[in-house]
Design a protein around this ligand. Structure first.
Ligand code: GLY
Length: 578
């Protein structure tokens, strides 16, 4: 699949096109910085970047300022996050990138999700007694899937970008080589997972000072090995990661510690350009990630169920609205457990899952005033039609392009394992497979045969990078980290904008809720009124309070004005426009 017009033409088209008016507020909200400036369309180019780290936002914004497109800026942001936010930004993991071109009238997805190594087996995480050994599936070299980030970013740039890989890597190399100033979030993150990160000497040497003391806010954090790895990728291209010295270091790391990834696994890794799932909600076109993510399917499925209710009249975060959302979420997550997996290996009944008819039939099973206990809900029967820590960023350029990218190493700091000599953390994405049908993964998600471990298969994800279009124009670019909460967080920002007419910052900041069928509990962030919670109890919901869920970095374009909204749940987030 390719654009109908070449991306390199965008620049020429765009230079002759009138510039889009940009408006971004300069505000502080919680710890997050939301800044931008007002610019009249005639004053020059414009664009908007929202990421979870201000240094990545600034690197990407510089690319837009120099005339690059949203894809150039996205790849630059992703490499910069790999340096400045090692808990989730990465070159040792994988993800999904949605790209929308208004000129080509097309939205496509780059799938650079990790794959199981070729020696992986269905029982690889089972103890002799048949129980699941989650230490191995989460914190060992066997937890690591074949990384896709470098290949995916290089593919995005080659097919749709206008700058070179060297240019996209330059800010990241500088940040790794010269260092950056440690923030309170960076420092506290390393203290929180200290036990895991000190398990491996190579990891401990990177993240703690000689003598073992902590990096404190204000210290300079330099990553010489990572700088050298990024420089080799800059010199030799993505194949350096998959066939060069970096590949050798990764495979040595594996063979020293019982990991499964081989040189052939790395050499054979390839990202895939896929069609996103596409639905419609109250007249807006919703594009989101297709399998191996479950995210897009369930965002659209839940919206289809809710479309039959007057959500706007029922009110934002009212007890009735939350009840209906929770009931719709339960049914979608029940289906997730049975039907979703890597479509290169299994048949997902996608057309049925996201059909309006199936949404309507599920709606018919909802009692509008009482919760159905999850044990009474089983995966439904969508008709066959023939026919945890992660990070998201959103970027819009002046040329009608939008990028919505979510990538991850799974947990914060992934498996906690640095490739010795190469300076980057490895993912623990193998835990996203269903190690045993019916046994929950780290996010409490139950899986079945569709997501069982098979060699070279991609593990099921919840990542939901999403682009909403309004009459062919990019309207909302959004997505979030948060494991299973990714799906419901993304859903709520869409509903907050479309149903409740909230401005994008309010839509991002508003308290969120989450239900994932099992466990049978309705998670709510602080901020819901006590009488709403009381009403929900009265309907039969088991309420669990959470301090925060997700971190959604979003852009809304309304009447040609770009509004960026960084999630205040991440203190380093920054939305910046030009
Ligand atoms: N590792 C979390 C996800 O992909 O959903």
């Amino acid at each position: 699949m390719r654009w109908k017009i070449l991306p390199s033409l965008y620049l020429r088209i765009a230079l002759s096109a009138s510039c889009m008016l940009l408006l971004a507020s300069q505000t502080t909200y919680g710890d997050a910085i939301i800044e931008g400036e007002r610019m009249h369309p005639k004053q020059g180019r414009n664009g908007m970047v929202v990421t979870s780290h201000f240094l990545a936002t600034q690197s990407a914004l510089d690319v837009l300022k120099n005339g690059g497109n949203a894809i150039d800026a996205a790849v630059t942001a992703a490499f910069s996050l790999a340096v400045t936010q090692p808990r989730s930004g990465n070159i040792g993991g994988g993800g999904f990138m949605l790209i929308s071109s208004e000129q080509a009238n097309q939205v496509l997805a780059i799938d650079y999700r990790e794959k199981a190594p070729s020696q992986a087996t269905e029982e690889m995480f089972l103890n002799k007694d048949g129980s699941v050994n989650s230490d191995i599936s989460r914190f060992s070299h066997r937890a690591v899937g074949v990384p896709g980030t470098v290949a995916g970013l290089a593919l995005a740039l080659k097919e749709f970008g206008t700058i070179s890989l060297q240019q996209a890597l330059a800010p990241a190399i500088k940040l790794a080589h010269d260092g950056f100033v440690v923030t309170p979030r960076f420092s506290s993150g390393l203290k929180t997972v200290e036990k895991r990160l000190r398990t491996w000497k190579a990891t401990e040497e990177i993240f703690y000072k000689p003598g073992g003391t902590y990096y404190e806010p204000g210290d300079l954090f330099v990553q010489k090995d990572l700088a050298a790895t990024l420089q080799r990728i800059s010199d030799n291209g993505a194949k350096e990661f998959y066939q060069g010295k970096t590949a050798q270091l990764l495979v040595e790391e594996m063979s020293k510690h019982g990991g499964l990834i081989t040189l052939d696994d790395l050499k054979n890794y390839a990202p895939v350009i896929r069609e996103p799932v596409h639905g419609n909600y109250r007249g807006y076109d919703i594009y989101s990630m297709s399998p191996p993510s479950s995210g897009g399917a369930h965002v659209i499925q839940i919206l289809n169920i809710l479309e039959g209710y007057p959500i706007s009249d029922l009110g934002h975060n009212s007890a009735t609205t939350i009840h209906l959302m929770a009931e719709a979420m339960k049914r979608a997550f029940a289906d997730r457990s049975r039907y979703l997996g890597d479509e290169d290996f299994i048949k997902v009944p996608m057309a049925g899952l996201i059909s309006k008819a199936y949404g309507e039939s599920l709606r018919g099973t909802i009692d509008s005033s009482a919760a159905n206990p999850s044990k009474t809900i089983a995966p439904g029967k969508p008709m066959e039609f023939e026919s945890s820590e992660t990070t998201h960023f959103s970027i819009v350029d002046n040329y009608g392009n939008a990028v919505s990218n979510t990538y991850t190493i799974n947990f914060s700091y992934g498996a906690g394992i640095i490739v010795q000599g190469a300076g980057f953390l490895l993912n623990n994405e193998m835990d996203d497979f269903s190690s045993k049908p019916g046994v929950a993964n780290a996010y409490g998600l139950i899986g079945g045969k569709a997501n069982r471990i098979e060699p070279n298969k991609r593990m099921l994800s919840s990542m939901s990078p999403t682009i909403v279009k309004d009459h062919g124009r990019n309207f909302l670019v959004t997505g979030s980290p948060g494991g299973s909460r990714i799906i419901t967080t993304t859903l709520q920002v869409i509903m907050n904008v479309i149903d409740h007419g909230l401005n994008i910052q309010s839509a991002v900041s508003a308290p969120r809720i989450h239900h994932q069928w099992l466990p049978d509990e309705l998670r709510v962030e602080e901020g819901l009124s006590p009488d709403t919670i009381k009403l929900l109890y009265g309907m039969g919901h088991e309420i669990k309070r959470k301090s925060s869920m997700g971190a959604i970095q979003s852009i809304m374009i309304d009447d040609q004005v770009m509004y960026g909204a960084a999630d205040p749940r991440r203190s380093t987030s920054l939305a910046a426009g030009m």
